[in-house]
Design a protein around this ligand. Structure first.
Ligand SMILES: O=C(O)C(=O)C[C@]1(C(=O)O)C=C[C@@H](O)C=C1
Length: 466
């Protein structure tokens, strides 16, 4: 599996255009093969080095839920100035233009002409009021980032969440977060859990690192197919590749089909199909959607191979701005907290919800990044007694409702965040209280708002079923 770790910051480096893989034989022409690739530098933040680490490709093929590629080009207007300034930095530092003008063998998309070193650098385009509105910046379509390539379930989820949007594929979850933060995309739609495979922890962790807000959710029934190159029979297969969630969602069915062959994890389901088509692999099958079969010229060897016909994935819709909590319709709210007394007081915290008749719809725990282990002998040193966690809780109430608003105040328990990771990317604990931040009280005496501004709250839009 291709992943970024540990938590690199990604800077835009260049924008290039590629054409479809030469080996790929498409049997149709629905998807134009041009793809824009934003190349990023992953800056690994270690104590002794801020050196640029290996580059990360940021794939953006425009508009597969709708929208034309040239619109994407204009959508990059603001980014273009950043690209150019970074190019010039590189040139100044002796890096030359090679790495930028020829990335992975692909010619650069010259969005902005590169000037001679003695000419004026292009000034950044000033933001206009339109740039600051939550509406799409360029053109009429909302641009929605998702992880994967066209044909991925996440692309379908983006289309379900925002019909007629321009879906923007990203090669990693983190890139989708970055795309929204950098205004390349207006929204991101990312999976957080599946009814068979469980939570997608990576996205829970990323929610804490980035300043995006959950503004809604969609549920997508996931119907898997087993795909191979045309003419390939099941008996020829030595390997099945797919996204790890998809592999786990089909495990029993594959075994029942007698496919006791190697399983290999790749970044996304449709990417697995694309990989097989590109490399003409006749011994490998992919688990992916029927749409991926169509896009990459694959045959469907078996349909509906998920272990449970009710296989559903829940995706969150992310935006730069939170929605304002209201009471005119049912709301769902999501919070994440750690407790200074540790995990042992979890029951007390949760009882605050029970006392107010607020239903919890999900609780998820993740390791506490800053204090993963609590030492609890007399001096609070010595033997590790238990692990510490952060808790993600979804509950059915709007923060505008009195019951939820006074939630923290009534717990009498000090619930707070201790800065998570890089504050520049995560939540600034010194931020003033803004709508959408949890108001939790501290033992009745402290200034509630100030302390509770440390809590992160991400309200959902009204929850509507699948
Ligand atoms: O690979 C894809 O097609 C995805 O959209 C990713 C993903 C996931 O991350 O869980 C989404 C839905 C399915 O459950 C399987 C995979």
């Amino acid at each position: 599996m291709h992943s970024l770790s540990p938590s690199p910051a990604i800077d835009l480096k260049s924008i290039t255009r590629t054409t479809s893989s030469p080996g790929l034989k498409l049997t149709h022409h629905r998807v134009g093969p041009t793809r824009f690739v934003i190349q990023c530098v992953s800056r690994y933040e270690s104590a002794n080095s801020s050196a640029a680490a290996p580059t990360t490709r940021f794939n953006i093929a425009a508009g597969h839920v709708g929208g034309a590629r040239h619109e994407w080009q204009s959508a990059c207007a603001i980014l273009a100035s950043k690209v150019v300034s970074q190019q010039q930095d590189t040139e100044k530092s002796g890096g030359g233009a090679d790495g930028l003008s020829n990335v992975n063998g692909h010619p650069t998309l010259d969005l902005v002409p590169i000037k001679e070193s003695n000419s004026y650098a292009p000034l950044p385009k000033p933001l206009s009021i339109a740039d600051l509105s939550p509406a799409p910046m360029h053109g009429s379509k909302l641009r929605v980032a998702y992880q994967g390539v066209p044909g991925a379930y996440s692309e379908a989820a983006a289309g379900k969440a925002y019909p007629n949007c321009e879906a923007i594929p990203c090669d990693q979850f983190e890139v989708a977060f970055q795309a929204v933060e950098l205004w390349i995309a207006d929204r991101a739609v990312l999976p957080v859990e599946n009814s068979l495979g469980g939570s997608i922890h990576r996205n829970y962790d990323l929610l804490l690192r980035y300043r995006l807000h959950i503004v809604g959710e969609v549920q997508l029934p996931v119907h898997h197919c087993l795909l191979s190159l045309p003419g390939v029979r099941k008996e020829y297969l030595t390997r099945v590749i797919s996204h790890p969630q998809a592999l786990s969602q089909c495990e029993h069915t594959l075994t029942k089909m007698g496919l006791n062959v190697a399983r290999e994890a790749v970044d996304d389901t449709a990417g697995a199909a694309e990989y097989i088509a590109t490399n003409n692999l006749r011994d490998t099958a992919a688990i992916a959607s029927a749409r991926a079969a169509e896009l990459y010229g694959m045959q469907i060897l078996a349909d509906g191979i998920q272990d449970d016909s009710g296989n559903v994935t829940r995706f969150v819709m992310l935006a730069r701005e939170p929605i304002i909590p209201r009471t005119d319709r049912p709301f769902k709210t999501s919070i994440v907290f750690a407790h200074d007394k540790g995990t042992s007081v979890l029951f007390k915290v949760l009882s605050a919800f029970a006392f107010r008749n607020i239903s919890l719809t999900k609780i998820e725990s993740r390791p506490h990044r800053n204090r993963p282990i609590r030492l609890v002998d007399d001096a609070n040193v010595g033997t590790a007694k238990h692990f510490e966690y952060m808790f993600y809780v979804d509950f059915e109430a709007s923060l505008a409702e009195a019951s939820a608003e006074c939630l923290g105040g009534a717990t009498g328990i000090h619930v707070f965040f201790e800065g998570f990771g890089e504050l520049s990317h995560g939540y600034d604990t010194m931020d003033p209280l803004i709508p959408g931040r949890l108001k939790l009280a501290v033992n009745g005496t402290d200034r509630v708002d100030q302390v509770l501004a440390k809590g992160k709250i991400v309200p959902y839009r009204n929850f509507v079923g699948p």
